[in-house]
Design a protein around this ligand. Structure first.
Ligand code: G6P
Length: 367
């Protein structure tokens, strides 16, 4: 057992640290940075992609947050309406032409019952279907028209970590693929994103190298009343994912909020006892989130920010600064690694059974 964990005390920590490697696997052989295109084994024809009105993602848990990230990327890069639905809430609703809809199941295991049932409903309605999964031969791959693999390698810890990063990276590749074939994305812009993806493993390594700082922060704040994660746009799903990781493994009360929503309710919960963890990165309108940071600071909340340097090379004035390298639209993914480490160390501080949190399963095969 100890050998399988490669010297780490928990699979989760091992898998967090594997991310530079798993991300390299995800992108290996798929990037044409100079040509501004990707090489993905997808059978959807150019004509089918051009005639799409909508791409909808269905998923659960962490995979749902990967879908939220992806939907934004697709709208930005592929000029197509994109939506995300929690699989257990899915129904092929009205007002849509199934032939012009692509339904994408995002599922690490490929076995989640809710996601399978959603993709079956889409298929039955006549939509084209695609799976983005980590598992060759999984049930989902046998039911959809086509599959794209995230190649993260096996994940043992119940709380998903490296699969989230690889899901989002794969979906970013798919957004480039679709965007290029719909003539919605210019090669130059695609090159920039691909360059950012190529830099992502190194950036994640830099974040991992700061683990001692995160561990200290986790020890300082472990006994807080609650933890609030905030972010906008691409950093919003990361806020949700940061909070989910923490609640799953530490059992603490944690919530993720769209930064702009704080003033519409959650601000009432903010006190000196509730640290606010903000993701201030590219692709997340960080300058707007700064004002939300000031609002919570005014209520005495300690603020921890995972922040990339803005155009002037400055970072926001907060209690604790966690630097994110400048890598464009994938910066929120690097910020997310800080929140994974934070969740891990808060839970470790409390002696929780990190790899097998109470009441949770790695893959939920009942609806
Ligand atoms: C379970 C796991 C989560 C995971 C979710 C979806 O709830 O505990 O970590 O995100 O299922 O799993 P999937 O395999 O469909 O991505």
């Amino acid at each position: 057992d100890a050998a399988e964990k490669g010297g780490y005390e928990h699979y989760m920590r091992k898998e967090i640290h594997e991310q530079p490697q798993s991300l390299r696997q995800t992108i290996a052989g798929r990037l044409d940075v100079d040509g501004g295109d990707v090489d993905l084994d997808v059978s959807l024809s150019e004509e089918q992609l051009q005639s799409l009105d909508e791409i909808e993602f269905v998923a659960c848990g962490t995979s749902y947050y990967a879908g939220l990230y992806a939907a934004r990327l697709f709208e930005t890069l592929a000029d197509v309406r994109a939506s995300v639905t929690i699989a257990s809430e899915y129904d092929f609703g009205g007002g849509r032409d199934p032939w012009r809809t692509l339904t994408v199941a995002v599922t690490q295991s490929g076995e989640t019952a809710d996601t399978l049932s959603a993709i079956r409903a889409a298929k039955q309605a006549g939509a084209q279907t695609l799976a983005v999964t980590n598992t060759l031969g999984s049930t989902v791959t046998r039911e959809v028209d086509d599959s794209v693999f995230i190649r993260a390698g096996p994940e043992i810890g119940v709380a998903a970590t490296k699969t989230f990063a690889s899901q989002v990276a794969t979906l970013a590749l798919l957004a480039v693929y679709v965007g290029r074939r719909r003539n919605a994305l210019r090669a130059g812009r695609a090159s920039t994103l691909l360059e950012n993806l190529r830099a992502l493993p190194g950036a994640v390594q830099q974040v991992l190298d700061n683990e001692p700082v995160v561990e200290e922060l986790a020890d300082t704040y472990a006994d807080s009343e609650a933890f609030f994660f905030i972010g906008r746009e691409l950093a919003y799903p990361v806020a949700l994912e940061g909070a989910l990781k923490l609640k799953e493994i530490s059992y603490d009360h944690a919530e993720g909020f769209a930064a702009g929503e704080l003033k519409h309710g959650p601000l009432a919960l903010v006190t000196e006892e509730t640290p606010v963890l903000a993701s201030l990165t590219d692709g997340s309108r960080a300058e707007k989130t700064h004002s939300n940071v000031k609002e919570v600071q005014a209520r005495g909340a300690p603020v921890i920010a995972a922040a990339s340097a803005d155009g002037d090379g400055t970072r926001p004035a907060v209690d604790e600064q966690l630097p994110v390298p400048n890598i464009g639209l994938v910066e929120p993914l690097a910020a997310n690694v800080y929140w994974q480490l934070f969740a891990y160390h808060v839970a470790a501080n409390k002696g929780r059974p990190i790899d097998k949190p109470r009441n949770l399963a790695k893959s939920v095969t009942v609806e």
